[in-house]
Ligand binder design. Structure first.
Ligand code: ATP
Ligand code: MG
Length: 454
């Protein structure tokens, strides 16, 4: 390794040449490689950065490939037809290749407070519209562009700030990323408290990477986390939803959730009833157990290359909340289905003030819940209806989860397992054996006298 002598801030990097690291082009997506080639031939710098480099060095398969470049978002737009500028606070460019999205970001520079205030500044060509802080030090806009070395210092953790380039296949390390990777440490670049104040979501990211990579959080990086957790109150529910999904779909949901319960930042993702059920009233309705199983199930599915949906995750998280609400808010004028609906809506509404779950997911969450009663009903019509429902599979998986979590449903789960594996003839037999549907007894209703109109 040696310090590279180069303009554009590259002199500040430790350069790890190709024969001293294990990142190989073979493990990088062809699309990411082609983006890097195209940037290079257009005269721009381009680096693979973030999880792509970090995970390859750890011999893990990266979730996605992020690229850092000196091309501005607008230049990227004109260079790549398949591109879209996303975000205002922090502009990134999405390059779409079928199902794969490559994220390209322009090198960020430190914020010049004088520029933000509209005072004279040494930085030319920068308008104060591109950068903004709140009085609490939170970064409101981060679109001031700079060099690669400045970009490295704007990133969160040292292991996320390793830059790989395809011009000579070297890795550039501007902080202590390579060493921290060896020591398995999550270390914040710069002053941790300041960096959390700039963007409180970094606290959740520290917990996520620690669980996902099985790294320790370095002492100074960990220290301010409980004290500053309250700053997450200022993060929009939409961003907290995105972050929750990343936390739970990390492949290490169980370990991640344990950290979310151990440290304060976890409290800003879940509504109070759910938190109470997971901490003080763990045993109630097997809330903790059901959740644990759902998390394990999520990790297993991801390990098998299957997808997980936020709808199912929230169905499991909030199921004990629905049951509790059902019990507490008995509304005598409503029938069972209506009562259930009120409880389900209330559980979702409470959670939505923390994480704004998009409607396409909450819709499915509700369907999974509503299907439970149908799957439990032992009669032909309900069974046939449930089996034909587009949400059958998810609802059935959820039913098994409830049973595994200790709910006694009279073995209805294995009935459905058998039913799905049976031949058409056997199925018919199974349906035949179900108790006849009980017609609801009709009460003799007395007609009300017609109201007088006046
Ligand atoms: P993964 O994609 O595996 O979840 P990642 O490290 O690639 O992990 P991304 O969210 O894809 O994480 O972000 C890519 C990179 O952008 C990060 O590695 C980090 O360098 C930088 N980054 C992302 N979010 C922040 C943030 N809130 N503050 C500072 N840097 C960030
Ligand atoms: Mg990434």
């Amino acid at each position: 390794m040696h310090k590279e002598d180069h303009p554009l801030g590259l002199d500040k990097a430790t350069l790890i040449p190709r024969d001293e690291h294990t990142v190989s082009r073979r493990h990088i997506s062809d699309n990411a490689l082609s983006v890097l080639r195209k940037l290079d031939s257009a005269g721009f710098q381009g680096y693979l950065v973030g999880g792509g480099v970090r995970d390859l060095l750890l011999e893990k398969r990266p979730k996605d490939f992020d690229i850092a470049t000196d091309a501005t978002p607008e230049e990227l737009r004109s260079l790549f037809r398949n591109s879209r500028i996303i975000g205002r606070r922090f502009k990134i460019v999405h390059l779409r290749y079928g199902r794969e999205i490559i994220e390209a970001t322009t090198f960020r520079a430190p914020h010049d407070v004088a520029v933000e205030l509209g005072e004279n500044s040494s930085r030319k060509g920068i308008r104060n519209l591109d950068s903004a802080h709140s009085t609490a030090g939170m970064i409101l806009r981060d679109n001031v562009y700079g060099n690669v070395d400045e970009d490295a210092l704007r990133r969160d953790f040292t292991v996320n700030a390793l830059y790989y380039r395809t011009t000579d296949f070297a890795i550039l390390d501007f902080s202590t990323g390579m060493q921290d990777l060896k020591d398995r440490k999550i270390r914040m670049i710069g002053d941790p408290a300041e960096r959390y104040k700039e963007d409180p979501v970094r606290m959740l990211r520290a917990l996520r990477f620690s669980a996902k990579l099985d790294f320790d959080i370095e002492e100074e990086t960990l220290k301010p986390i409980n004290e500053l957790a309250y700053l997450l109150e200022s993060i929009s529910p939409a961003r907290l939803f995105d972050e929750t999904i990343k936390l739970l779909a990390s492949g290490q949901a169980e370990a991640t959730f344990a950290l979310l319960q151990k440290y304060q930042p976890g409290n800003y993702l879940f509504a109070p009833t759910l938190r109470a059920l997971l901490t003080r009233f763990k045993a109630r309705d097997n809330a903790a157990e059901l959740l644990q199983l759902a998390l394990k199930n999520t990790d297993n599915r991801l390990a098998e290359g299957k997808s997980v949906t936020p709808a199912f995750l929230y169905a499991a998280l909030l199921w004990p909340v629905v049951k509790l609400k059902l019990e507490l808010n008995s509304l005598p004028k409503l029938n069972a289905a209506q009562q259930f609906n009120v409880a389900a809506n209330s559980a979702l509404a409470e959670q939505l003030t923390y994480t704004s779950i998009p409607k396409r997911f909450t819709q499915v969450t509700k369907e999974i819940w509503e299907m439970q009663a149908r799957l439990e009903t032992r009669n032909r019509r309900a069974a046939e209806g449930a089996y034909d429902h587009p949400r059958f599979r998810a609802a059935y998986d959820f039913l098994l989860l409830r049973e595994d979590g200790g709910e006694n449903l009279g073995g209805v789960g294995s009935w459905w397992t058998e039913f799905q594996e049976a031949s058409a003839e056997e199925r018919e037999n199974m349906l035949e054996q179900l108790p006849r549907e009980q017609k609801p007894k009709r009460k003799a209703r007395r007609r009300k006298p017609a109201r007088k109109e006046n």
